[in-house]
Design a protein around this ligand. Structure first.
Ligand SMILES: *Cc1c(COP(=O)(O)O)cnc(C)c1O
Length: 392
């Protein structure tokens, strides 16, 4: 029998659309359906709605509206920033710097560039998930054109020293892009104070719809056109706009800005409670990543001597949704590239689960999860052939 209780603890994979976001979107499917490029009234209504959304997204990161370019996703924003910068600057050099713990949207863009003959340095991270600023500076060469380091990591939640990275990039005349898909709505972001040149965002990680993202491109950075066609997005990213998606992303950004401090406080408290309880109730657990400079809702925990996948399935039977590795790679058996980069041993990685709490999580949800988790871990350990005694 399917469990009646549904507990979602995978807010880093995606979030539900908030009611207020959906309400704002709905009219733009039907009576306000006009093409924003059309000159008559229903078209101009759509154009205005996009302007409002652009202002709201810009306000969330301290940018000017004219510096926000809507894309189909965070993935597209990452591809655009990295690949087009590399191509545009190829005459200066063909070397870019990133980290080993980036999202695949970034890593696979870099691998594509390597096939084209570009050179990529993948900076390692320490046991807590931080890059070294000294290593970053030492990796910069005369032919380096771009540094792309993620703002906050999707698996272990580590928040990188973005302002310091931007300073180093600027001092060496290198452009700096950051994938802020996870940081958005979870960390205070001010692109001007931080000094970043380009920043990727996504709607569905902040209680907006899926299939809409944006790239912040600082005025003065002349990133080449990414999609040719009509003149949409200042001629840089053509194609009739995803009107409903943009409206929803804008509303989600507005709500996120209004509630940011309360959201961070709530998630931090829930997450800390959960981690403390897991440590108190279950033996042989390891919390991965840094606990301070970390996304408020993220807990990445290893349960030694068991398979994360088996634990995930037992929790799913109780109606609890969590993830192993990142959502996109969990169908494969390759160990998480992020935990590997943190130096977590292979067998430990396989017992790791990412729990991410969000706006709709309650303490009761966590108590129910803690009971189910304690029971499931005990069950799996009792049938596990691999145990402490077998010399792991
Ligand atoms: C989810 C995510 C992306 C991809 O965003 P989509 O809008 O789902 O394509 C990129 N980077 C990070 C860090 C993410 O968490």
């Amino acid at each position: 029998m399917e469990n009646e209780r549904k507990i979602y603890l995978d807010y880093s994979a995606t979030t539900p659309v908030k009611e207020a976001v959906l309400a704002e979107m709905i009219p733009y499917f039907t009576e306000r359906f006009g093409n924003p490029s059309s000159l008559y009234t229903v078209g101009q209504d759509s154009k205005n709605a996009i302007s409002v959304a652009r202002e709201r997204v810009a306000a969330l990161i301290g940018a000017q509206p004219g510096e926000i370019y809507f894309t189909s996703s965070g993935t597209e924003a990452d591809n655009w920033a990295v690949i087009e910068t590399a191509h545009a600057k190829a005459a200066k050099g063909r070397h870019i710097i990133t980290s080993a713990i980036e999202h695949h949207a970034l890593l696979h863009s870099c691998e594509h560039l390597e096939k084209e003959g570009f050179e990529v340095t993948y900076l390692g991270v320490d046991a807590e998930g931080f890059i070294s600023l000294a290593e970053l500076e030492a990796a910069i060469r005369p032919d380096t054109t771009l540094i792309s380091i993620m703002f906050a990591n999707n698996e272990v939640g580590t928040i990188q020293p973005v302002a310091e990275i931007a300073q180093i990039a600027k001092a060496h005349g290198v452009l700096f892009h950051t994938d802020a898909v996870q940081a958005l709505g979870n960390v205070e972001i001010d692109v001007k104070a931080l000094g970043v040149d380009m920043l990727s965002m996504s709607g569905h990680k902040i209680y907006g719809p899926k299939g809409i993202g944006a790239l912040y491109i600082r005025r003065g950075v002349n990133l080449p056109t990414h999609m040719y066609g009509g003149g949409q997005e200042s001629g840089k990213r053509a194609g009739t706009e995803n009107l409903t998606g943009i409206v929803g992303f804008g509303k989600a950004a507005q709500l996120s800005k209004e509630n940011l401090a309360a959201h961070i406080a709530k998630l931090t408290e829930l997450r800390n409670y959960f981690v403390e309880q897991v440590q108190a109730r279950i033996q042989d657990v390891q919390v991965n990543g840094n606990l301070e400079r970390r996304l408020p809702g993220n807990a990445n925990i290893t349960f030694k001597y068991i398979e994360g996948e088996a634990l995930l399935l037992l929790l799913d039977m109780k109606g609890i949704a969590v993830s192993t590795g990142s959502a996109c790679s969990s169908a494969s058996l390759t160990p998480s590239h992020v935990l590997s980069a943190l130096g977590v041993p292979w067998e430990i990685i396989h017992g790791s689960i990412r729990f991410t709490v969000g706006d709709f999580t309650t303490k009761e949800d966590l108590d129910y999860t803690l009971d189910a988790l304690t029971e499931a871990v005990a069950k799996l350990r009792s049938i596990s052939s691999v145990s402490k005694d077998s010399g792991w």
